[in-house]
Every structure is written in structure tokens, then in C-alpha cells.
Ligand binder design. Structure first.
Ligand SMILES: Nc1ncnc2c1ncn2[C@@H]1O[C@H](COP(=O)(O)OP(=O)(O)OP(=O)(O)O)[C@@H](O)[C@H]1O
Length: 267
């Protein structure tokens, strides 16, 4: 379904700010597979997701989604089949537009036709039905500007928008990290529900080791731009958080340091 072969990316090559972000990443995912991604600061997790989304050109490597080779395809051409949710709740929605206008935009994402702003009664019924699944009462606030919503409400709406036209692949980049623990839990539950409902092939970066092992069916660990561990099946089911930290130490020769992970530990 998704296939990455030998992805390499260095930022600012040849300058004092040169940063090796991906040093030959290969990964194959089956349709419907949900892979959680963990690793220390600067391991290359976001760069991996950005490479799939086409945010910047790769130095080397090839990417296929289904039979289509996409590494040369510009970001906007990939957008119709890639859903994304970022850490920052402000990024996925347009603050000055209403909830229904945001949903109308999301619905047209997959269609190559001009935007038409007439929102019909039939569309509103559909939006209400979809919003009611979030359990946040947003179905009664279709004409509320999104800028007035809380971070958690915005992130739930972003998730709904990213999956309204089911994407071929869903990329979640620490999408609950900026939320308070209760809201983060609700957004995670919603994520599981939407992913299961559409059987979405998903890559989810998280700093939360428990979530990494509990959610989805496979966990990859990154370090210095490489995948150093790929856990699935029975082995994953019997792996604990201390096991995971030990595996990281063994594979990388270092202790895993991730500032957001430490924040969770301190809660
Ligand atoms: N746009 C960019 N310009 C320059 N350097 C970048 C850019 N994006 C990432 N990097 C660098 O590439 C490396 C990998 O960064 P990346 O954000 O992918 O790591 P990460 O695993 O997501 O880390 P974190 O958990 O800290 O967010 C880091 O050294 C980072 O500083």
C-alpha cells in the first residue's frame, strides 16, 4: 500500500546548519495497517511524515502509494489522498471560517473541481451527522467561527476533516501532544474510531510509549534518521515500556531522550 525505499534527506547541506534527518529509510505498510512511530528528539519522525506528504523534495529514495510513484509529485497533488493532523490545533482548520465552511472545504479536497460556496440543506444534514459522532455538540454550531473553538474541539474537527473523504494514508504527527490529558484521551479515542471506521492506513508519531504500544498493530522506533526497531505481532504484544526503552538503548547505544516524553513522565 505504502512503500518507502531508501529515503534520504539532509537539511542545509554543506552549511554549518547541516542536519541529517533521514539516512536511508525503507518501510512497507499494508492497507489498513496502523503504525505508531517513536524516537528521541531530532530522530527524523516529522521529516518522515513530511517526506510522504511532499513538504520538501527528497535527496534520494522512492515512495509509492498503491501502484503510484509519488516522490516527484508536488505536495498539493498529494493532498487529495493524504490526510494530515499536526500537533498544533491551529494548523488544520481555517480560524476565520465557520465549522460548515471548513467541512465544505474538506469535502471538496478529493474533488478536482472549483469551490462553490453554496452550502445546501442536504450538506448541512451530512455535516451535522458527522459532527454528532464527535460527541462535542458541534453539530449545533455549524455557523460558529472555528477560531472560537477550544484546542481539543479544533483538533477533533481537524481529524474529522482529514477523514471526511477517507484518505489513502493518514499522517498524525503528535496530534494530541498540545492538549490537556483528558482532551488528549478523547481525541485519541476519536482517532481510533475514525481509523477503524474507514480502515485507514495510518502513521502516527507519538511521544507516549504506552499509546505507541497500545494503539495500532505495529511500532517503529527511529534514531538518527533510521528505523532501528520494527515491532509487530506477538513480539509487540508482549513488549512493555521498560522493554522498549531497553531495546532502544541496545539498538542505539543511548538512552531515549525526548522532551515531550519527559513532560508526560512528569505529569
Ligand atoms: N525544515 C527544517 N530545516 C532544517 N532542519 C530541519 C528541518 N526539519 C527538521 N530539521 C532537522 O532534521 C532533524 C530531524 O528532525 P525531525 O523534526 O524530523 O525530528 P523528530 O524526530 O520529529 O524530533 P522531535 O521529536 O524533536 O520533534 C533534526 O536535526 C532537525 O533539527
Amino acid at each position: 500500500m505504502l512503500s518507502l525505499v531508501g529515503i534520504k534527506k539532509t537539511f542545509n547541506p554543506g552549511s554549518v546548519n547541516e542536519r541529517l534527518a533521514l539516512s536511508g529509510v525503507s518501510l512497507k505498510m499494508q492497507a489498513g495497517e496502523v503504525v505508531t512511530v517513536i524516537g528521541g528528539n531530532g530522530a527524523g519522525k516529522s521529516t518522515l511524515l513530511n517526506s510522504i506528504a511532499g513538504v520538501y523534495p527528497l535527496d534520494e529514495g522512492r515512495i509509492w502509494i498503491d501502484q503510484q510513484e509519488i516522490q516527484q509529485m508536488p505536495e498539493h497533488d498529494r493532498a487529495p489522498f493524504i490526510g494530515r493532523v499536526f500537533q498544533d490545533p491551529l494548523r488544520g482548520t481555517a480560524a476565520s471560517m465557520t465549522i460548515e465552511e471548513n467541512l465544505a472545504l474538506a469535502l471538496k479536497r478529493g474533488l478536482r473541481r472549483k469551490l462553490c460556496w453554496g452550502i445546501k440543506a442536504k450538506d448541512r444534514d451530512f455535516y451535522r451527522e458527522q459532527l454528532s459522532k464527535l460527541g462535542l455538540g458541534l453539530e449545533n454550531r455549524l455557523t460558529t467561527r472555528v477560531g472560537l473553538l477550544s484546542g481539543g474541539q479544533r483538533q477533533a474537527l481537524t481529524l474529522l476533516m482529514a477523514t471526511l473523504v477517507p484518505p489513502k494514508i493518514l499522517l498524525l504527527d503528535e496530534h494530541t501532544a498540545a492538549l490537556d490529558p483528558n482532551t488528549a484521551q478523547k481525541v485519541l479515542e476519536l482517532t481510533e474510531k475514525l481509523v477503524a471506521q474507514h480502515n485507514l492506513t495510518t502513521l502516527m508519531v507519538t511521544h507516549n510509549m504506552a499509546d505507541a504500544l497500545r494503539l495500532g498493530n505495529r511500532t517503529i522506533m527511529m534514531h538518527e534518521g533510521r528505523i532501528i526497531l520494527d515491532l509487530q505481532g506477538e513480539k509487540r504484544q508482549t513488549t512493555s515500556i521498560p522493554d522498549l526503552l531497553e531495546m532502544f538503548k541496545k539498538a542505539s547505544g543511548q538512552s531515549m531522550v525526548n522532551d515531550r516524553m519527559l513532560m508526560v513522565a512528569g505529569e
